[in-house]
Design a binder for this molecule. Structure first.
Ligand SMILES: NC(=O)c1ccc[n+]([C@@H]2O[C@H](COP(=O)([O-])OP(=O)(O)OC[C@H]3O[C@@H](n4cnc5c(N)ncnc54)[C@H](OP(=O)(O)O)[C@@H]3O)[C@@H](O)[C@H]2O)c1
Length: 328
């Protein structure tokens, strides 16, 4: 099979698509023939060697794939060859075939296409866990999503709206704001406004009143984090999801005390590894919301596997809207 292989960490594009042996399923594993491969910001960090978990080299990057089961190992009970599935992995999906444990494999609804299926995975799981589990969302609360036009952010907007929240989308341009509105945002704020540390809160207050927001799903870091923390309501919760700006923020503990607020983090892949049944349950909920028309994964770009570096360049150049997929 063909696969992107990382032999040395470095800039995306320095790696080649190589021919490697087809994987053979071990106990409890399935082989998936890829039809669409989800592209995620962490893929870039893994390739460059800047991510918190790095696989032993050489390896194939990539964290999600939708496709068709072509082989199953002993002990597999839920799948058989021919099944349409999506899988979440720590790495290994930038390939024509992916080996996946049965536990992190999810059957695709019959009418969900492979591209949307590959998009309705990591980003949606991340935002769902951030909102519901880490953020302790209660129906009707107000939720601010930063980086709302990106993969995780747009999923967060859709999920929060689907669960009955008033949603504020933080974006950096008018057209990205329109995109967020089309996917459920009630209000849009400008993350490029000057003096964001104060102006973010002013924009939130103008949108929903001086109470502020109950939950922030924070994907950006830096000044966006600083401003969003100040926009929290009494007993609000800041959920740290990512640092797309590459700037790590800091919190003064007295501020948490003074406002009765909480700052918590989310590392979704821990749930995938430690709580696969829970993650399966959330995936079923995501599919149910999708079948009700409440989630609409937006695949904005498609690239052949060989052009993976062009897809990853969109993260660096800040051109991402929703999700991108690779087509093997
Ligand atoms: N915690 C977890 O388990 C988990 C799981 C998956 C991803 N993540 C992290 O979540 C973050 C988002 O991932 P993603 O896949 O959604 O990436 P993405 O598609 O590139 O989205 C990033 C978003 O952040 C915005 N952004 C970037 N720099 C910004 C800045 N300086 N100021 C304001 N907005 C800025 C982008 O807006 P513009 O396009 O306008 O710049 C975009 O909307 C990343 O840090 C990723 O590593 C965490």
């Amino acid at each position: 099979m063909r696969a992107v292989i990382v032999r040395e960490h470095g800039p995306a594009g320095a790696q080649r698509v190589e021919t490697t042996p087809d994987p053979a399923p071990g106990h409890g594993e399935v082989v998936i023939d890829a039809r669409a491969i989800g592209v995620n910001y962490p893929d870039l960090l893994v390739i460059e060697g800047r991510y918190q978990f790095l696989p032993p080299r050489p390896f194939s990057p990539g964290k999600e794939v939708a496709g068709v089961v072509s082989a199953v190992g002993p002990g597999v009970t839920r799948f058989r060859p021919g099944d349409r599935v999506m899988s979440q992995r720590e790495y290994g999906t930038y390939a024509e075939k992916t080996l996946s444990p049965e536990a992190t494999c999810y059957r695709l609804p019959d009418t969900l296409g492979f591209e949307e299926g590959a998009a309705l995975g990591l980003a949606y799981q991340t935002s769902h866990f951030a909102l519901v589990e880490r953020g302790g969302y209660r129906t009707g609360e107000t939720v601010l999503v930063t980086g709302a036009s990106g993969g995780v952010g747009l999923a967060g907007v859709e999920i929060a709206k689907a669960l009955g929240a008033t949603v504020i989308a933080g974006v950096t341009s008018a057209d990205k704001g329109e995109l967020a509105r089309r996917h459920g945002a009630d209000h849009v704020i400008d993350l490029k406004a000057p003096k964001l540390r104060d102006s973010l809160r002013e924009q939130v207050y103008a949108a929903v009143g001086k109470r502020g927001v109950d939950i922030v799903l924070e994907n950006v870091g830096g000044e966006v984090f600083d401003g969003a923390l100040r926009a929290l309501a009494w007993c609000g919760r800041m959920v740290v999801v990512g640092f797309a700006s590459m700037r790590l923020p800091e919190v003064k503990a007295n501020y948490l005390l003074l406002k009765n607020i909480a700052a918590v983090g989310l590392q979704w892949s821990d749930y995938r590894e430690r709580e696969p049944v829970w993650v399966q349950r959330v995936q079923a909920e995501l599919y149910a919301l999708w079948s009700e028309g409440k989630l609409r994964p937006y695949v904005s770009e498609r690239y052949p596997l060989e052009r993976f570096a062009e897809a990853l360049a969109c993260f660096v150049e800040r051109r991402v809207r929703g999700k991108m997929v690779l087509l093997p």
